[in-house]
Design a protein around this ligand. Structure first.
Ligand code: PHE
Ligand code: ZN
Ligand code: ZN
Ligand code: CA
Ligand code: ZN
Length: 291
C-alpha cells in the first residue's frame, strides 16, 4: 500500500475548516456548511475518475446528503466499502470529529486513483450525513439499498475520529476479544488494521464494537465491519500515556463536540498512522490482482 502523505490529509482538513468558517462556524446537518463539505469532497473525487452520486434524505425538516463514490472495476459482487461521517455537530467545525476520517478516506481514495490501482474487489466510498443526530445518513443508505445490492457489500470499514490531539490507538473489537465481537469476517478486518500498527510498533487496544458510529447499520445486517478510533471524551490512563505518550488523566479529545474542534485539534502523527493503516487495509482487503 502507498504511504499516504499526511500533508495532503491536512490540506483537506484546512478546506473543511474554511468551509465551516465561511458558513457560520459548523458543517452540521441542514446547515450550508454541510452541503459545501459534500460539494468539496465530490469535486475531488470526480476529478480523480470516481463515479459519484449524492443521496438525499430528510431528517427533522432538513435535507441531508450522503456522498457515494465508486471506483470503476473490480468484482461488484464482492464490494468493499469504506466510510466516514462528514457532518459536524452545530457547536463547531468538526475537524477531528469527523473531518479527520473524512479527509483520510478522501486521500486514500485519491491514492487509489493516482496509482491506477486495480483491486480484485469493487471499492466504494461513502461520506455520511447526520451521523451526529443518530447515524441517520448511514442508516438511510443501508435500509434503502435493495436486498440484492446490500448482499454484495461484503465488508465495511469505518473511520470516525482518527486524529485526536491526545491520541489513543483503538481498533473496533470485531473478533470479540473484549466483548461479543461482530459479524463473520469482522475478525479478519480487525487483524488487517492491527497489522499496520504492528509493523510500525504502535500498540493497539480494542474499543467497543457497540454501534456508536456508522458501522452500526451495517453490522445490523450482518455485514463484516471494522475501523479505527483515537478517542473522544474518555481520558487517557497512566498506562496508556506510558505506551503511547501524551497526557494521562486528560481526555483523548478535550474539544470533542466543541467549538475548539478546529485544525489545531489534530495530532499529526496519529492522523498519519491512521491514514496509512486505512490504505494498508484497502490494499490488503481489496486484493491487488488485475480487475
Ligand atoms: N460516533 C461518535 C461521534 O461522532 C464518536 C465515536 C466514534 C465514539 C467511535 C465511539 C467510537 O460523536
Ligand atoms: Zn464522529
Ligand atoms: Zn461526534
Ligand atoms: Ca479485538
Ligand atoms: Zn501497511
Amino acid at each position: 500500500a502507498p504511504d499516504i502523505p499526511v500533508a495532503n490529509v491536512k490540506a483537506h482538513l484546512s478546506q473543511l475548516q474554511s468551509i465551516a468558517s465561511g458558513n457560520g462556524g459548523n458543517r452540521a446537518h441542514g446547515r450550508p456548511g454541510y452541503r459545501a463539505s459534500v460539494d468539496f469532497v465530490k469535486s475531488k473525487l470526480d476529478a480523480a475518475g470516481y463515479q459519484t452520486s449524492i443521496q438525499s434524505f430528510t431528517y427533522l425538516g432538513a435535507t441531508g446528503y450522503n456522498l457515494i463514490a465508486d471506483w470503476p472495476g473490480g468484482d461488484v459482487n464482492n464490494t468493499l466499502m469504506v466510510g466516514a461521517h462528514l457532518d459536524s455537530v452545530s457547536a463547531g467545525p468538526g475537524i477531528n470529529d469527523n473531518g479527520s476520517g473524512s479527509a483520510a478516506n478522501l486521500e486514500v481514495a485519491l491514492a487509489v486513483a493516482r496509482e491506477g490501482h486495480k483491486p480484485n474487489r469493487h471499492l466504494r466510498f461513502g461520506w455520511w450525513g447526520a451521523e451526529e443526530l443518530g447515524l441517520i445518513g448511514s442508516t438511510h443508505y443501508v435500509n434503502n439499498l435493495p436486498a440484492a445490492e446490500r448482499s454484495k457489500i461484503k465488508g465495511y470499514l469505518n473511520f470516525d475520529m482518527v486524529g485526536s490531539p491526545n491520541p489513543g490507538y483503538f481498533a473496533y473489537d470485531g473478533d470479540g476479544t473484549s466483548g461479543s465481537g461482530g459479524p463473520a469476517g469482522s475478525a479478519e478486518i480487525e487483524k488487517v488494521l492491527r497489522d499496520h500498527f504492528a509493523s510500525i510498533n504502535v500498540p493497539v487496544e480494542d474499543t467497543a464494537f457497540d454501534g456508536r458510529s456508522d458501522y452500526g447499520p451495517f453490522i445490523r445486517y450482518g455485514i463484516a465491519a471494522g475501523g479505527l478510533f483515537t478517542g473522544a471524551e474518555g481520558r487517557k490512563t497512566t498506562a496508556q500515556a506510558q505506551k503511547w505518550g501524551g497526557q494521562a488523566g486528560v481526555a483523548y479529545d478535550r474539544c470533542y463536540h466543541a467549538s475548539c474542534d478546529t485544525t489545531s485539534n489534530i495530532n499529526d502523527p496519529a492522523l498519519d498512522r491512521n491514514a496509512d493503516a486505512i490504505a494498508h487495509a484497502v490494499w490488503t482487503l481489496g486484493g491487488s490482482g488485475a480487475r
